[in-house]
Design a protein around this ligand. Structure first.
Ligand code: DOR
Ligand code: ZN
Ligand code: ZN
Length: 393
């Protein structure tokens, strides 16, 4: 079989540290199978499936199931993320060691949708994770500031009267966990950085020699709070869309390496959970199938990253952060061929009904975006080509 690659760009397969696949529990919105298809079409060869499923991924039974099901589907390596606590925002640490030792080999833990709001519990979690050699990913959303907050800080949201999530909810946890990681001599990873202040804090912490890494989502690189004017709940996401100045700071932070990588926070939701008032709609946006195009639009087109930089933020750095041995490395003789072929000159118009995801909550509907994945290879096997998933024979 010959794949035409004239004028195309070959990159290491993308690694997404932040994906919600909704299995087990909400298979009406996404399954490991449908999410794996979306991932392969988006150029990913590894994704990290977040822990806020039902049941929560706080035991080896759930984490091993997620890994095994992903391998059965065979389109992308689905690495389970374990919950830090028993139940989301629980008060007791989950048995991380057992999950790390399972076939799912959990290497990242989070308390998705909540931060570990007790600083002492967080400190103990960091020390426990450090002794196991695993990573804690912090969603940075202080619940006492997010629940009942008056408004997003942006003038647009405030004017619209939308309840929201002030900057301090994110930044106070970023600052807290940077200091806890310093004192416990451990690593911490910051999920979906969304404010200029978070970029400053991460930069400061790195300057102090603290082992901190951070990700930014494609939507926070492209969209700002002016989108809220329509009251369309497709734009509701945690953390919220911020101001244009935040978007600029996130792009600059990603360009200069303060922000390490791009992670999608792919968050499928059912139609009925998105068609209602802003206040009651579920937060989250689809991201896997559009991630590369958004990175090209926001970073490559304005000259902030070259293709080497795209490989760094979508593949090499995320693989390094979680220590995946066979992903994200520069391509060399004898290495597993986890690759993605990209047409840099293509453009396409997003249509939710053509996406592989079961859900339709893309904020990019009808937008024409640059660059397209032409083929994805997982250990040498084609998993997606010309917009079609290729299942194992
Ligand atoms: O908007 C979000 N939705 N952000 C998250 O991190 C969680 C996600 C979800 O699970 O829907
Ligand atoms: Zn989150
Ligand atoms: Zn998330």
């Amino acid at each position: 079989e010959i794949i035409e690659a004239d004028g195309q760009v070959l990159l290491p397969g993308f690694v997404d540290l932040h994906t919600h696949l909704r299995e087990p529990g909400r298979e009406d919105t996404e399954t490991i199978e449908s999410g794996s298809a979306a991932a392969a079409l988006g150029g990913f060869t590894a994704v990290f499936a977040m822990a806020n499923t039902n049941p929560v991924a706080d035991s080896v039974v759930v984490t091993d199931h997620v890994w095994r099901r992903g391998q059965e589907v065979g389109l992308v390596d689905v690495h389970p993320v374990g919950a830090v606590t028993v139940g989301l925002a629980g008060k007791q640490l989950a048995e991380m060691g057992t999950m790390a030792a399972g076939v799912g080999a959990v290497r990242m833990f989070s308390d998705d949708g909540h931060c570990v709001d007790d600083p002492l519990l967080m400190r103990r979690a960091l020390e426990y994770a450090s002794s196991l050699g695993v990573l804690i990913a912090q969603h940075a959303e202080e619940p006492r500031l997010t629940v009942g907050a008056v408004a997003h800080e942006g003038p647009t949201a405030a004017k619209l009267g939308l309840a929201g999530w002030p900057r301090a909810a994110e930044e106070s946890i970023v600052a807290r966990d940077a200091l806890l990681a310093r004192d416990a001599n451990t690593r911490v990873h910051i999920c979906h950085a969304s404010t200029a202040g978070t970029v400053e804090l991460v930069k400061w912490a790195k300057g102090q020699g603290i082992s901190i890494t951070a990700e930014v989502t494609p939507h926070h690189l492209l969209l700002d709070d002016s989108r809220l004017q329509t009251y369309d709940a497709v734009n509701k996401v945690n953390p919220p869309l911020r101001e244009a100045a935040d978007v600029a700071a996130l792009r600059a932070g990603l360009a200069d390496g303060v922000i390490d990588c791009v992670a999608t926070d792919h968050a499928p939701h059912a139609e009925q959970d998105k068609c209602c008032e802003f206040a009651v709609a579920r937060p989250g946006m689809l991201g896997l199938e559009t991630a590369l195009s958004i990175v090209v639009e926001t970073m490559v087109a304005p000259g902030l990253l070259d293709w080497r930089g795209v490989a760094r933020v979508l593949s090499e750095r995320p693989a390094e952060i979680v220590g995946l041995p066979d992903q994200g490395r520069p391509i060399d003789v004898g290495e597993p061929a986890n690759l993605v072929l990209v047409d840099p000159d293509a453009s396409w118009t997003v249509t939710s009904k053509d996406l592989a995801s079961i859900s339709a909550n893309t904020p990019y509907e009808s937008m024409t975006l640059p660059a397209r994945v032409t083929a994805t290879f997982l250990r040498g096997r084609v998993t997606a080509q010309a917009g079609q998933v290729r299942k194992r024979d």
